[in-house]
Write a protein that binds this ligand. Structure first.
Ligand code: ADP
Ligand code: MG
Length: 271
């Protein structure tokens, strides 16, 4: 007799998370699961606790209570060695790029490799160049300094650095914020390609409705200390939850939740 295969363990699972800063309770009884290979987005109003939630998934912040498991490990109990090894299994693209201004793009991308891999300088450069190309930048950009890059190129350079160690998980904080529509479209396609070709699991914070409709598998709406709804954009719009609806109708773009700006009328847009 063969039993049904067990459901795969989520790559990220937060249960009963409580986070407060002084008297302000940011998360309370928050549960969240992200499955392998998903493009998962977290949306919510300003100050709702999205960045804090992300920081709790990448060992930059500890909740007051609850459990946080990432890649099969309990982050609340992880030893120093486990923390060091976990940090190499995910890549993070911070909202403002976070590149070092005094280093070239190539040096910035190579930094995690120099820190964590035993490679020669030439090998570091070769891997860094590969990630620069993977992120859709020309090799010449490697010699440039962050200050000379456009917003779109800066995001791509930051992405290249996040990919340096071949992570299993990619965290993106506002990957298209501040980009012109054309650059933003390029980033959409790039994230999708990384998931499809490299098998990455992607967790991002965004309020970009195009990105949400075009490439996410599931979206979680954070409000009033917990997730108010989780599902595909289509499912969320069909749920009719007032708190979810309020968030989307309040976003720039007006009624884009009920009627996507590209005229799909809220219907699921095929990928
Ligand atoms: P979001 O990313 O959704 O805009 P954040 O996670 O940055 O929200 O912040 C959620 C709330 O927690 C805000 O009210 C913010 O002021 C507060 N907060 C975040 N980090 C800290 C901190 N280190 N100290 C005090 N308050 C904080
Ligand atoms: Mg934030």
């Amino acid at each position: 007799m063969t039993a049904n295969p067990p459901a795969p363990e989520p790559v990220i699972a937060l249960y009963g998370v409580r986070t407060s800063f002084g008297a302000k309770v940011v998360h309370d009884g928050l549960n969240l699961e992200v499955l392998k290979g998903e493009i998962f987005a977290i949306v919510g109003g300003s100050g709702s606790g999205k960045s804090t939630l992300l920081r709790e998934m990448i060992l930059l912040q500890k909740p007051d209570a609850g459990s946080v498991r990432v890649l099969g490990q309990d982050l609340m109990q992880a030893s120093r060695e486990q923390v060091l090894s976990l940090r190499q299994r995910w890549g993070v693209m911070f909202q403002h790029g976070g590149l070092f201004a005094a280093l070239t793009v190539l040096e910035n991308v190579g930094l995690p490799l120099r820190e964590h891999r035993k490679l020669t300088s030439a090998q570091v450069d070769a891997v860094a160049l590969e990630k620069i190309a993977l992120s859709g930048l020309k090799p010449e950009v490697g010699a440039q300094y962050p200050a000379s890059l456009s917003g779109g190129m800066l995001k791509r350079a930051s992405l290249a650095r996040a990919l340096a160690l071949n992570p299993e998980l990619l965290f993106l904080d506002e990957p298209t914020a501040g980009l012109d529509p054309e650059s933003a479209d390029g980033v959409d396609a790039l994230i999708l390609e990384l998931r499809d070709k490299q098998g990455l699991t992607v967790v991002m914070i965004t309020h970009d409705l195009d990105l949400l409709w075009h490439i996410t598998d599931r979206v979680a709406v954070l409000a009033d200390t917990r997730l108010q709804g989780v599902g595909s954009m289509q499912a969320l719009s069909a749920m009719g939850l007032p708190s979810v609806h309020r968030f989307f109708t309040g976003t720039r773009g007006g009624n884009a939740f009920a009627q996507h700006p590209d005229g799909t009328g809220g219907a699921w847009k095929p990928k």
